[in-house]
Design a protein. Structure first.
Length: 345
């Protein structure tokens, strides 16, 4: 409910994207008006669908509620609707939310038990009212394990980077800009905002991955900037897998394979009706070097690679991701990485 939750001057795009990143469940109320409405009504659904694509097929993440007998957005095809016309919509919605909440808790507990690593997230927030001011939210991860004694070092390394991002975001307040801002303006229009949001953690073999989304809004800017941030480590001995290149030992064939797989995945995700020549050129421009694949995480299916705003597509498409299945790149992994992932040639 934007009119109830957003304060005067807050950036709509920024707040909605952060809310979607933090959400475990998204309820979409659909009417004939919203189906025909262009702009953010459709973009919100598209952003939620992008998150839905990262979930397990059995997860309840999006719950669509059809308010009248109109059509429903094609983006939601394949997801079971709750129809108000059928009666009992309130109870059906409560039941769906309860099932989704229970399933999310169960899945998280199972994942942590199987991995023999447990994680918990605590957030800290700091604010300053200035010209400009700042509003900073930084997550801190707590890792514990009865099997891997070095997980506290991993948590310390991740938290150090998060704290560094927060410190950097505060520096603008050290240089007041009275020519651009004054205390009579809406607070959020003169506030540099930074939010880091924990998304997922996974353990594959003896490799731990954590994924965060990072959101910046500079006071007075046209729109926010969004970027993923990922961390990957060997659990024993504790070592950081800092770059995608380090997984393959600078193998050119591995880079070429990553580029092809990512290009195919992004085209399928972003351009279901077909990509233009300029669309493909944009993707290739944003994936030409090893450094372009720096936001990667390891999942049970393969290497998930995510991209920042504008890197491979227009701003409205958010931070798209592509999955590179292990079988596509298994031949190129270094021996230590291959065995750490419990894979074999």
């Amino acid at each position: 409910m934007d009119c109830k939750e957003l304060l005067g001057g807050q950036n709509w795009d920024y707040e909605i994207r952060i809310a979607l990143d933090r959400a475990d469940i998204v309820v979409v109320f659909i009417s004939s008006n919203s189906v025909n409405k262009r702009g953010y009504a459709q973009r919100e659904i598209k952003l939620a669908i992008d998150k839905y694509d990262e979930k397990l097929i059995s997860d309840i993440y999006i719950i669509p509620v059809q308010l009248d007998e109109g059509d429903f957005p094609h983006l939601l095809t394949g997801i079971q609707f709750i129809r108000v016309a059928d009666g009992g919509a309130d109870e059906a919605l409560k039941a769906s939310i309860a099932a989704a909440t229970k399933d999310a808790v169960t899945q998280n507990e199972i994942a942590q038990a199987d991995a023999e690593v447990s994680w918990q997230i605590n957030e800290s927030r700091s604010e300053y009212d200035g010209i400009p001011g700042f509003a900073i939210t930084v997550p801190k991860i707590v890792l514990t394990s009865s099997k891997y004694s070095g997980v506290s070092e991993i948590a310390g390394h991740i938290n150090g980077r998060m704290i560094e991002f927060g410190m950097n975001a505060r520096t603008g307040a050290l240089n007041p800009q009275p020519d651009f801002f004054n205390l009579m303006q809406d607070k959020w229009r003169r506030t540099n905002t930074f939010d880091a949001v924990f998304e997922t953690a996974t353990v594959v073999g003896r490799v731990f991955s954590a994924k965060f989304s990072m959101h910046w809004y500079s006071a007075g800017a046209a729109h926010p900037v969004h970027s993923p941030q990922t961390f990957n480590y060997l659990l024993e001995p504790v070592c950081q897998l800092a770059t995608a290149e380090s997984l393959f030992g600078s193998n050119d064939d591995a880079l070429n394979t990553l580029q092809l797989c990512v290009e195919e995945g992004l085209i399928e995700t972003l351009y279901s009706s077909g990509a233009t020549e300029s669309d493909v050129k944009w993707i290739r421009q944003g994936t030409k070097d090893w450094s372009d694949f720096k936001h990667f995480s390891l999942t049970s299916e393969g290497i998930s690679i995510q991209f920042s705003s504008y890197q491979v597509c227009c701003y409205a498409s958010g931070m798209p991701a592509a999955l590179v299945p292990f079988e596509k790149v298994r031949a190129y992994f270094t021996e230590p990485v291959l065995h750490a992932l419990n894979l074999y040639r």
